[in-house]
Design a protein around this ligand. Sequence first.
Ligand SMILES: Cc1cc2nc3c(=O)[nH]c(=O)nc-3n(C[C@H](O)[C@H](O)[C@H](O)COP(=O)(O)OP(=O)(O)OC[C@H]3O[C@@H](n4cnc5c(N)ncnc54)[C@H](O)[C@@H]3O)c2cc1C
Length: 520
Amino acid sequence: MNGERVAVIGAGMGGLAAALTLAARGFTVTVIEKADQPGGKMRAVPAGPTLVDAGPTVFTMRWVLDALLAEAGFATDEHFRLTQLGVLARHVWDGSQGVLDLAADEHATAEAIARFAGAAEARGFRAFAARAAAIHATLDHTFMRAPRPNPVTLVGRAGLSGLTRLWGVSPFAVLWEELGKHFQDSRLRQLFGRYATYCGANPFTAPATLMLIAHVEQRGVWAVEGGMHALARGLAALAERAGATFRFGAEVAEIMVERGRVAGVRLADGERIAADYVVLNADVAALSAGLFGEAARRAVPDQKQVPRSLSALTWTGLAHASGFPLTRHTVFFSRNYRDEFDRIAQGRLPREPTVYVCAQDRVDDGTTAGGPERLLVLVNAPARGDRGQPTPEEIERCEQATFALLARCGLQITWEPGMMRRTGPAEWARMFPATGGALYGRDLAGWRASFQRPGATTRIPGLYLAGGSVHPGPGVPMALMSGRLAALALMADHASTRRFHRAAMPGGMSMRSATTVSMG
Ligand SMILES: Cc1cc2nc3c(=O)[nH]c(=O)nc-3n(C[C@H](O)[C@H](O)[C@H](O)COP(=O)(O)OP(=O)(O)OC[C@H]3O[C@@H](n4cnc5c(N)ncnc54)[C@H](O)[C@@H]3O)c2cc1C
């Protein structure tokens, strides 16, 4: 133990990754979480005798988790049971326009698309998949794993030989337009455009680089035994084994700054916890809104005018689902996709939303043990929960439209009495203050937006940021990466401070340099 104290504010994915990495490296880590469980957005809600995942449900890029755990001395398979899905998702269009499964096997998907929409569309898919893979390969190293890329460092990391590849990712193109070059069939454009919403972005304004999400999903979607929430619980348990301490039900009211440097945190009940470093896992909008005190506000550029990503309206609970063969992940598309996102951009709920249903007890064959099953039903919504929008009447109308669309596609959902919970932008906004209910940080319209997220370091020495609102962005694996990047930045600063002190005080104790951790 080197004893340096780190306070991590928030036990979301980013906070947990930072806590695990730092505790495993010998820092004295205290995680302070205002909820009574770890996970943040990766939360589960009780429904009778069971817990239902009420946050993320699609787990991808397991290699990020594997690398994080390996660095801390743990093996994923010894602590989590992950099953790779054969069917990535089932897609359904209203009015007998068909059903299309995307398979983990890309060739099977191409064949399914050929049957669904013809040979030319299958060729379009193959070209799209190759392009998405190339975008991922190019941006994985130059952007996602880089500490805080900007266009200049991106080019620097790509190197001269990588410039052509970088240009090949069409950095300035809009996703929706580019999809039109691969697919004539509007259903396929809609399907692959929907991947933008995984980052909370509008498919009609998002950059074409988000095609890489399709590739990431093609490389594997896993079901987690015990539910996604088991990941959060498991990560917290491993961080504890590595030496971290957790304080649940404790809200941080201030990040204390003394002589221009972080000094610890003050809880809402007045308790002060001294710390040499602080990692903040709350949305960066909360920092900028002054929710962590005036001194900490200046840590990042003002976020008040930053456009917000999507929110959601969700229904979670135990239900009987009949009349349609659900698989684990099923998407029911609206008839007018542009209208759906135009309305959201205007701050209103869609007249007819695209509906995602996660049947959490099903895997590929779609069968269940019988009896009620755990469901999450989700539609996209504008993030104006802090402005009284959408109104209760709008939410009622959207609920009717949601379940009417499902019924037209044959799916009847009957919730067990008292076992369904509805969550909208206002509730998300209360759980994640200063966001208005935005679930994925800032909006990603245009090519610049991805570069405008803050990185791990801030203007205040000793204060670091982790989570979906900072680089490399939202989604479970990205938030994990952000936590690791925050830990690496902290360790690098710590190592350079110690080098400085050792130089100043000959004969000081030596320590294994934190920078020896692989940068991945
Ligand atoms: C409904 C829904 C569906 C999603 N679907 C997917 C999906 O299928 N796949 C996917 O990869 N991603 C999905 N996501 C996104 C994903 O869940 C998030 O990007 C990721 O979990 C965010 O992690 P984070 O590190 O930003 O922390 P967060 O989850 O934002 O957690 C931050 C934590 O900080 C705590 N905190 C904040 N302020 C304070 C304070 N003052 N004091 C103490 N604690 C504080 C909060 O209570 C919270 O626990 C979904 C999200 C939602 C909500």
